[in-house]
Design a protein around this ligand. Structure first.
Ligand SMILES: [Zn+2]
Ligand SMILES: [Zn+2]
Length: 99
């Protein structure tokens, strides 16, 4: 998938008007993208996530997982720490390839 190469002005202008930041459609309420691009994005994320998971990498940042430290996890220690700091429930850090 190719990401549109829009300027920051385009982004902020569309965001302010409640339009998708990638096209001129109306954005999903509370989101920055329209329904179409939201789906494209989540498809893209799922594909990337599955690929990383298969290759034994962190699904979040793509860093190679540590054999011992990261055993049984889907995210590397850095991403797990970040989730902890942001108070994301531990269970959510184990979810594979969700949006
Ligand atoms: Zn769009
Ligand atoms: Zn990571």
């Amino acid at each position: 998938m190719n990401m549109p190469n829009h300027t920051m002005e385009y982004y902020w202008d569309h965001k302010a008007k409640g339009l998708c930041v990638w096209c001129d459609r109306k954005a999903v309420p509370g989101r920055t993208r329209c329904e179409y691009h939201r789906q494209q994005m989540s498809k893209f994320n799922a594909t990337q996530c599955e690929k990383r998971h298969r290759e034994g990498r962190c699904i979040s940042c793509g860093w190679p997982m540590h054999d011992e430290m990261d055993r049984g996890h889907v995210k590397c220690v850095t991403c797990r720490m970040q989730a902890m700091r942001r108070r994301i429930p531990y269970e959510n850090t184990r979810t594979v390839c969700s949006e």
